[in-house]
Unconditional design. Structure first.
Ligand code: SR1
Ligand code: MG
Length: 419
């Protein structure tokens, strides 16, 4: 279907707020009706359309729109955090999400909702509607098998990062990506504060279950943990490895019948590949510790090995077989040097997986003791929730206390979560 949008090579303007106004359903219908390809997609006229607000994340307003012929999803930035209107915020996050979506659908087709339209003045992003999908958070709570999703997300992370890294694309393309996405400072600041900093000292945004008090004191004072945190902060800021999703938790993955679609790329940035892998791994760990039975916990924790294996298999496969333009290790230099190549792959994959384990630990710590807690424990009694969160936090602290063995404990090659 035709779309009036900029090509990914022409970044969307990021400072275009003069014409911004917050839409209500009627205002949204007017906007959609004025765009023939969206009007045709929905069919009929605005009075025939149902518009349902489904805002669920912390930041934006989201509507699902259904018409006689089809559906779509519309998302608009608010000038503040949706769940805390006193926390003011620039509007440009949907600009970065729109650009991330364009980039990602080119390398992982079918694994993100189709991009349909972006209005840079209203900060309004329109995509295909994921009818009958639910968030992975909800699917896991319902007892859905995590194995196919873990494999798919491992594949997705590998495709998306490899083809947006120096191994998978030209240095000019990487410069373009870096130039554009390094402008996403507002949401990167949220990650820097909420994930990488605040949980390691007393901060007014932090809150936690009373059962975690002693462990939180340790997070605020333990030198070994603080050393690991500083190392991971350095990895986050200085490893300009690939374009990342940046917020790949279970609420950013929609699922239906074992198939997944990744949404909410508004936190996209250039950074270490292990950040996306670790953020997603943390959701599986947290869901496992919150599980209703030992068997279910094991099923969730065993899916971490599937995530890991699928990521590495896809990443190394792309590395060996990719024929598109790239300047790092062109094939004429590596031909007949399989041993060197294999050593390079081992080193790089080990570093990615080690980063992932560290970032997973930091994400677990944040979701339990900082701001924007995980919903996975919400169905448990207060006492059971405290016990399980305590176990999960002990696990994360153990990872942070010994980063060199953390990947084995997380992904199942060392004694840790796995039976
Ligand atoms: C104020 S935003 C809080 C959190 O919500 C998002 O989903 C990110 O995880 C962010 O850290
Ligand atoms: Mg989100």
């Amino acid at each position: 279907m035709a779309s009036r949008v900029c090509h990914p090579a022409e970044p969307f303007p990021v400072n275009a707020s003069a014409h911004y106004r917050q839409l209500d359903p009627a205002g949204l219908a007017n906007q959609l009706a004025a765009l023939p390809f969206l009007r045709d997609r929905l069919g009929g006229n605005p009075p025939d359309w149902t518009i349902r607000e489904v805002s669920d994340g912390n930041l934006n307003t989201v509507w699902l729109v259904h018409g006689p012929a089809g559906s779509l999803c519309a998302k608009q930035s608010l000038p503040h955090v949706r769940v805390d209107p006193s926390w003011k915020m620039p509007l440009d996050r949907t600009t970065f999400e729109a650009a991330w979506l364009r980039e990602t659908e080119a390398v992982a087709p079918g694994m993100v909702p189709p991009f349909l339209h972006f209005d840079p003045h209203l900060y309004l992003l329109v995509t295909g509607c994921l009818d009958d999908y639910v968030t992975l958070t909800e699917a896991l709570a319902r007892g859905e098998n995590p194995a196919p999703i873990a494999r798919e997300i491992g594949f997705f992370i590998a495709q998306n990062t490899f083809h947006h890294s120096f191994r998978g694309t030209s240095f000019e393309n990487m410069a373009r990506l870096e130039g554009f996405f390094s402008g996403n400072t507002t949401l990167t600041r949220i990650t820097v504060d909420l994930v990488l900093t605040d949980p390691y000292h007393a901060h007014p945004r932090n809150h936690f279950h009373p059962a975690l008090t002693t462990l939180v004191e340790r997070l605020h004072t333990d030198g070994l943990i603080h050393g690991a945190v500083c190392h991971l902060q350095e990895r986050f800021f200085t490893t300009r490895q690939a374009l990342l999703h940046g917020d790949l938790h279970s609420g950013s993955v929609m699922v239906r019948n074992g198939k997944s679609s990744v949404i909410d790329g508004e936190f996209s940035l250039i950074g270490p590949i292990g950040f996306d892998l670790g953020m997603f791994a943390a959701s599986l760990v947290l869901a496992g510790f919150a599980a209703a039975s030992e068997e279910r916990r094991q099923e969730l924790h065993n899916s971490l090995a599937l995530l890991h294996d699928s990521f590495l298999k896809t990443y190394c496969h792309e590395w060996m077989n990719h024929e598109g333009a790239h300047d790092l290790s062109p094939s004429f230099l590596m031909r007949d040097k399989l041993e060197i190549l294999s050593q390079q792959q081992k080193r790089e994959c080990a570093a990615i997986v080690e980063d992932a384990a560290g970032f997973a630990a930091m994400e677990i710590v944040r979701r339990l003791t900082g701001y924007a807690h995980t919903p996975h424990f919400e169905t448990l009694s207060q006492e059971a929730s405290g016990d399980r969160q305590h176990d999960a936090l002990c696990f994360a602290i153990d990872l942070l206390s010994d980063l060199s063995n953390a990947a084995g404990k997380l992904f199942g090659t060392g004694s840790g979560l796995h039976s």
